[in-house]
Ligand binder design. Structure first.
Ligand SMILES: Cc1cc2nc3c(=O)[nH]c(=O)nc-3n(C[C@H](O)[C@H](O)[C@H](O)COP(=O)(O)OP(=O)(O)OC[C@H]3O[C@@H](n4cnc5c(N)ncnc54)[C@H](O)[C@@H]3O)c2cc1C
Ligand code: FES
Length: 501
């Protein structure tokens, strides 16, 4: 097993207190029930409570320990390269709505911070998308042109504060960064009371819509007029969001850096292999965060190599020698580049979803909370049509079919490929697929030599899970569910654990 330095926990979670909200102990009825306490759920709950609604925010684990607790937490409308593409695919008017709604999300976060005096290391920064390759420069220039046309605060620069030369970069002024969990914990603490609730360790299993919606959880049923499913990828299969998006996993390392060597701003590269860079206050100094190594969930087993690559980048480019943190997470990528925000299906006027943020959910998740709150409150919102979750997705065809083929191929080949036939084949620290008594088994042998054997069949839709060596987890390549080596569900859409074998 490769040694990877750094505490294996997100800095945002490590630097904030644990939360201890209760599970429901009696029947609860509210105006709006919200499944999932990440940035979408918490933003929506905050806005709805402010508007006078009673809400129940229901979290399967702890508040903001999902993707929003593992993000890089840049709050920007500069989403690597997107505006030239959006104008080409959807036209200027729709690209304008995308630009405005993401800028509005930045200002919504800034307003919450200001109104509530939230201590969350919020600071205004410039955001940059850069290339080191002169061949890629035209893509940057096209993006500057597109963003400028849309009135975004964009300019072209050929120099940055990065400690290596760039061929060029697009710069957006007056963007922001923050400590995502400090921000979300502050907001969530304002929710309980006056008929509203926050529940933790309460898993939503399904939602039934009738005159009143019933949210069935593993701790009882919560009734509500409207329900928002804010579980990153909706746990409900109606709406087929698992087929309109794919799960992308990515890695982050954190290392103390001298202030004099730290870059000023937030950065992301382009191309096949790129890195995301920012700093955040840490102890008396700064922590440099470097992200990258993205891949579809469940398609890479040697994930340790991803951390080693990030460390090599930090070492060679910033002279970093020791590493304080490492963590990883995943987000749903939308095939047509737009998030899905709105009703689950045309037949579910009271069930809402938000997904497909393509790794830019600090703004798009905030925007989702704003849009869904507006829809429930009957307020017109300019993004309703563009982001309609039930929209036909004309651009889904080529890429979508290819990605779904990948999933399908994996699904079939998983069932044909050779499996081990004894746990004796599994060495200490390794996870392997084996067939035991005809049962497809995911077996992990821990460092002490003890075997942990669970079903290899994902309880979501039946794909075979794959081993993830750095996280010691079983990851489903189909729609991104993840399970710990003992079978406990870590990430949906699955709502059930892998059964013990
Ligand atoms: C490596 C990486 C870096 C990123 N960096 C940035 C960045 O710098 N800027 C940016 O804008 N975006 C970034 N993103 C994207 C952004 O972090 C996400 O889009 C956003 O956090 C998603 O928020 P969410 O509310 O949808 O999901 P989550 O934060 O995951 O919230 C969903 C919640 O639902 C809960 N849940 C799941 N199932 C159930 C159930 N059955 N019942 C009850 N609760 C349930 C989960 O436990 C979780 O807490 C990054 C993404 C990745 C992968
Ligand atoms: S996540 Fe859908 S089958 Fe596993």
């Amino acid at each position: 097993m490769t040694y990877i330095p750094g505490k294996p926990i997100s800095f945002w979670i490590d630097s904030t207190p644990e939360t201890h909200f209760p599970s429901p102990t009696h029947d609860v009825t509210v105006d709006v029930a919200i499944a999932g306490a990440g940035i979408v759920g918490i933003t929506a709950a905050t806005l709805l409570k402010r508007a006078g609604k009673t809400v129940a925010l229901i979290e399967s684990k702890q508040i903001s320990t999902g993707v929003s607790g593992h993000t890089t937490a840049k709050v920007t409308s500069l989403h690597q390269l997107i505006y030239a593409d959006l104008i080409a695919k959807f036209g200027e008017d729709k690209a304008q709505i995308y630009a405005n709604s993401n800028q509005a999300a930045i200002e919504r976060v800034a307003a919450f911070v200001e109104e509530e005096q939230i201590d969350c290391d919020f600071s205004r920064r410039s955001a940059y998308t850069f290339t080191e390759s002169p061949e890629q420069l035209s893509r940057i220039q096209q993006e500057v042109e597109a963003a400028t046309k849309l009135g975004l605060p964009a300019s072209f620069v050929s120099e940055t504060s990065l400690p290596f030369p760039v061929a060029g970069a697009i710069k957006f002024d007056n963007q922001a960064q923050f400590h995502s969990r400090k921000y979300l914990l502050h907001l969530v603490n304002r929710i309980p009371g006056e008929g509203s609730h926050v529940f933790e360790n309460t898993r939503v299993l399904k939602v039934e819509e009738d005159k009143i919606c019933q949210v069935i959880t593993d701790k009882g049923t919560i009734k509500a007029k409207d329900v928002i499913v804010a579980t990153n990828l909706p746990i409900l299969d109606q709406g087929l969001f698992f087929a309109k998006t794919y799960p992308q996993r990515s890695y982050i390392i954190g290392a103390q850096i001298e202030r004099s060597l730290a870059p000023e701003g937030m950065f992301i590269g382009i191309g096949e292999k790129y890195y995301s860079i920012r700093t955040t206050p840490h102890a008396d100094g700064l922590l440099l965060l470097v992200g990258g190594g993205g891949h579809k969930v469940g398609t890479v087993t040697d994930t340790e190599e991803k951390y080693l690559d990030l460390e090599e980048f930090a070492r060679s480019r910033f002279g970093i020698e020791s590493f304080a943190y490492r963590w990883s997470t995943q987000d749903m990528v939308s095939f047509d580049q737009l998030p899905y925000i709105g009703n689950l299906t045309p037949f579910n006027p009271h069930i809402y979803v938000a997904t497909g943020f393509s790794l830019w959910g600090m703004t798009k998740g905030t925007m989702s909370g704003m849009l869904l709150a507006d829809q429930i409150l009957g307020i017109k919102n300019p993004g309703t049509e563009l982001y309609d979750a039930t929209r036909a997705t004309p651009f889904v065809t080529t890429e979508g079919i290819k990605q779904n083929l990948d999933v399908g191929t994996r699904w079939v080949s998983d069932r044909l490929q050779g499996w081990g036939n004894s746990v004796d084949d599994v060495v200490n620290g390794e996870g392997k697929l084996v067939t035991i008594n005809g049962k497809q088994t995911a077996a992990y042998r821990d460092e002490q030599g003890e075997i942990h054997a669970v079903s290899a069949v994902c309880p979501h839709l039946g794909c075979i899970v794959a081993w993830n060596s750095a996280e010691k987890s079983w990851d489903c390549p189909c729609h991104g569910s993840r399970f710990s080596y003992d079978g406990t569900v870590l990430h949906g859409p699955a709502v059930k654990d892998l059964p013990q074998h």
